[in-house]
Design a protein around this ligand. Structure first.
Ligand code: NAP
Length: 243
């Protein structure tokens, strides 16, 4: 019901791209957010259109509150009879390092990308969902935010914050038929993990392999479906048995 627009942050590459393609197949018009990689975002758009789906590019930096307000207000004005019924807060970065060596910049940039992005975008989009008495918010956290990973104090903190916000917000809005859940992927094969030693790391994963972005997208698709209406405030690990 109420299938309309789905905004996916960080949809130019990796998990976000797979989620955008999957939600377009589910019938949403997808707003493809990205920050710097225009060509990659255009590839996501082309992949959606090649399958007969619909999408628009919506660039902004998720840490820039003013840029977000401008982009989303302009979108609202251009689409007076439409609303965003699905929001996937996916954009994220990692800057790993042992805490003893971690710079202030690496601490703040990782925290800000996840937490500011969640705040500014959710804050803008939520009113429309509450008025419509329908909405789906999915936050892409990480197994690192659930169990803590060495060398990732910044990233684990950012994702744990996102999980806390997910649980709190779910209790505020459940009565308005707006759900908010988090997914917590383990190691997924994307640009973000391209520098890791996959052969060594997969020995630590019970399933014995990295996951694929499309596997995360399938979970997000379910959480965005009408069938998932009674699931809210949850963190669902998708980590091949880690956690
Ligand atoms: P990725 O391949 O590095 O892609 C990151 C995406 O986020 C890109 O589309 C990028 O846009 C966007 N992005 C980064 N900073 C942004 C900003 N300030 N504003 C707007 N967009 C921004 O990463 P991924 O592996 O797909 O990860 C996606 C999400 O899953 C992240 O939140 C990550 O923490 C989480 N995750 C990933 C894994 C994994 O193993 N890969 C595991 C657990 C959780 P540009 O292309 O424009 O730079």
């Amino acid at each position: 019901m109420n299938k309309n627009y789905a905004l996916v942050t960080g949809a130019s590459r990796g998990i976000g791209r797979a989620i955008a393609i999957r939600l377009a197949k589910d019938g949403y018009t997808v707003l493809i957010n990205y920050n710097t990689h225009l060509a990659a975002a255009q590839e996501t758009l082309s992949a959606i259109e090649a399958e007969g789906g619909h999408a628009e590019l919506l660039p902004f930096d998720v840490t820039d509150g003013k840029a977000i307000e401008t982009a989303l207000s302009q979108w609202d004005e251009a689409h007076p009879n439409e609303h965003i019924s699905v929001l996937v807060n996916n954009a994220g970065i990692r800057k790993d390092g042992l805490m003893v060596f971690m710079t202030e910049s690496d601490w703040h940039s990782v925290l800000h990308t996840t937490t500011e992005g969640f705040y500014y975008i959710t804050h803008h989009v939520l009113g429309g969902m509450l008025r419509a008495r329908y909405g789906r918010i999915v936050n892409v956290a990480s197994i690192s935010g659930v169990i803590g990973m060495p060398g990732q104090a910044n990233y684990s903190a950012a994702k744990a914050a996102l999980i806390g916000a997910t649980k709190a917000l779910s209790k505020e809005i459940a009565s308005r038929k707006v759900t908010v859940n988090a997914v917590a992927p383990g190691f997924i094969a994307t640009d973000m993990t391209a520098d890791l030693d996959e052969d060594a790391l997969k020995k630590t994963i019970p399933a014995g392999r990295f996951g694929q972005p499309e596997e995360v997208a399938a979970l997000v698709s379910f959480l965005c479906s009408d069938e998932a209406a009674y699931i809210t405030g949850q963190v669902i690990n998708i980590a091949g048995g880690m956690g």
